[in-house]
Write a protein that binds this ligand. Structure first.
Ligand SMILES: O=C(O)c1cccc(C(=O)CC[C@H]2O[C@@H](n3cnc4c(=O)[nH]cnc43)[C@H](O)[C@@H]2O)c1
Length: 210
């Protein structure tokens, strides 16, 4: 089974790249898996996947860090994001948000592969994420999105990866580790190093046992 690993930045999977002795590039190839570095955000992700996603892959594995809306989830936790929504895709109508479904222009919610039997997946909590252009950073916007979608995680790429995979009919997993809580901006409290370490250890284990 050939796997395409997709990450927004090299930094997020640098430990894995070093572990497998790969020469750092935007696109890296090995016998068992390839790695695509897309850049941050939905547009960069969709553009890069449009260039590199093909039927030669049986699985796409989206790896990255994410913010957590749940303060009960320890920073550094690795999560399996099984549903991801383009939470900003729609229209405002007076005080109400109308999702793209209500406008008749498609859908905003995408599903990851939910039934893959793999020892590395069995211990991971399955959660719902949202994908945003603007990270939530005010009490008001955080409460509004909690009321509307009640997500557990937030990233800037997840739903775009799932969208591309659904369009190509390729199964997709989205595994992210929590680097920060979604809260009024407080970058000093982020644990990016811990999140990246845990994510990479998980991913190396997954690839080694595939
Ligand atoms: O400096 C900031 O305020 C800030 C806000 C959101 C993300 C960043 C990043 O540097 C990370 C970009 C990267 O990581 C993912 N990520 C991690 N935490 C979050 C989050 O709370 N909300 C949205 N995205 C997040 C994201 O997928 C990007 O690829 C800095």
């Amino acid at each position: 089974m050939k796997i395409l690993l997709v990450a927004a930045t090299k930094a997020e999977i640098a430990i894995l790249i070093e572990h497998f002795h790969l020469a750092e590039d935007e696109f890296m190839q090995t016998e068992a898996f390839d790695i695509l570095i897309t850049g941050v955000g939905m547009t960069a992700t969709a553009f890069a996947m449009g260039k590199y996603l093909s039927a030669s892959y049986q699985l796409v594995l989206n790896l990255g860090i994410a913010g957590s809306f749940d303060p009960g989830i320890p920073l550094g936790s690795v999560l399996n994001i099984v549903t991801d929504d383009f939470s900003e895709l729609g229209a405002e109508d007076k005080g109400t948000f109308l999702p793209i479904e209500n406008l008749g222009f498609g859908k905003s919610s995408f599903q990851a592969l939910n039934n893959l039997l793999h020892p590395s997946l069995s211990g991971l909590p399955k959660v719902k994420g949202i994908t945003v252009n603007t990270a939530h950073g005010t009490q008001q916007s955080i409460q509004e999105i909690r009321n509307r979608l009640n997500p557990v995680t937030e990233s800037m790429e997840g739903a775009a990866v799932l969208y591309c995979c659904e369009k190509e009919g390729i199964a997709c997993l989205q595994i992210r580790s929590i680097s920060n809580y979604v809260e009024p901006r407080n970058k000093e409290s982020w644990k990016i190093g811990l999140a990246i370490k845990n994510l990479n250890e998980w991913a190396i284990g997954f690839l080694t046992n595939s």
